[in-house]
Design a protein. Structure first.
Length: 94
């Protein structure tokens, strides 16, 4: 079952953007994993939204892909509500 946190629209956006940027740079998930000293399954988990990209990982992935970190924020939907995950959960239950 997917958690409410990983289902947050921003987390889904960052996961999708990571995959897009990796493809754009022609980097395999194995190579990206090696660049940040982790395993390929971890990169795949981030790209599929199974893990949440922290600020530290956003920074490391941006460096490893040689892109400005701002690239992860391109295309963010400005209509995403400014609510924390607790409030997002409450609004989905209501």
């Amino acid at each position: 079952m997917e958690s409410i946190v990983s289902n947050h629209p921003l987390n889904r956006h960052f996961a999708k953007k990571l995959r897009e940027l990796r493809f754009e740079k022609g980097v395999s998930s194995k190579e990206l994993a090696e660049r940040i000293s982790t395993e390929m399954k971890e990169v795949n988990a981030y790209e599929q939204g199974g893990r949440i990209l922290s600020a530290a990982y956003l920074y490391m992935f941006a460096r490893a892909l040689d892109v400005p970190i701002e690239r992860f924020f391109e295309g963010v939907d400005p209509s995403i509500p400014l609510v924390g995950t607790r409030n997002l959960l409450r609004s989905e239950v209501a």
